[in-house]
Design a protein around this ligand. Structure first.
Ligand SMILES: C[S@@+](CC[C@H](N)C(=O)[O-])C[C@H]1O[C@@H](n2cnc3c(N)ncnc32)[C@H](O)[C@@H]1O
Length: 131
């Protein structure tokens, strides 16, 4: 069973799809309660509310040990701040997908450009190889 975590997003269609189509369970983390409320509503509308746990807290304090896929849409600074935690806590083979922002000199194994909301943006993929 795939587990995934992410900061909440009103545009999180792909994330709710993962729960709906593949039976994934998710943990949604955001420090802003308004984002958590939006995500809860998105999940309710997508009929996956029972598959997602919502945490209104600082991502840097969240236990990531159970996640096998982590999706991020943060900021350049926060990506760099969370990078050592991801490398420390995630199991080997876990995947990280980041929208917009890379992780400094941690080279992504794949970069895609996706179109949404009338603009194009990068998506980066890493797989945790070693601790
Ligand atoms: C670039 S916005 C993404 C907005 C939203 N995900 C969307 O799709 O519109 C970054 C998000 O990260 C959240 N955030 C910032 N610092 C955080 C932290 N330390 N822990 C958890 N979430 C944080 C913000 O509240 C905001 O919702």
């Amino acid at each position: 069973m795939v587990r995934f975590s992410w900061p909440s997003s009103p545009r999180a269609v792909s994330r709710t799809s993962a729960a709906r189509q593949f039976g994934a369970r998710g943990v949604c983390v955001d420090i802003d309660p308004a984002r958590i409320a939006e995500s809860r509503e998105n999940a309710r509308q997508a009929n996956v509310i029972d598959r997602i746990r919502f945490l209104n807290e600082d991502l840097l304090l969240t236990d990531l040990g159970d996640a096998t896929v982590v999706t991020l849409f943060l900021s350049p600074e926060l990506n760099l701040a969370v990078r050592p935690k991801l490398q420390r806590e995630l199991k080997r083979g876990s995947r990280i997908v980041s929208h917009w922002h890379h992780m400094g000199d941690w080279k992504p194994q794949e970069t895609l450009r996706v179109r949404g909301d009338g603009r194009e943006s990068p998506i980066y993929l890493w797989t945790v190889r070693d601790r």
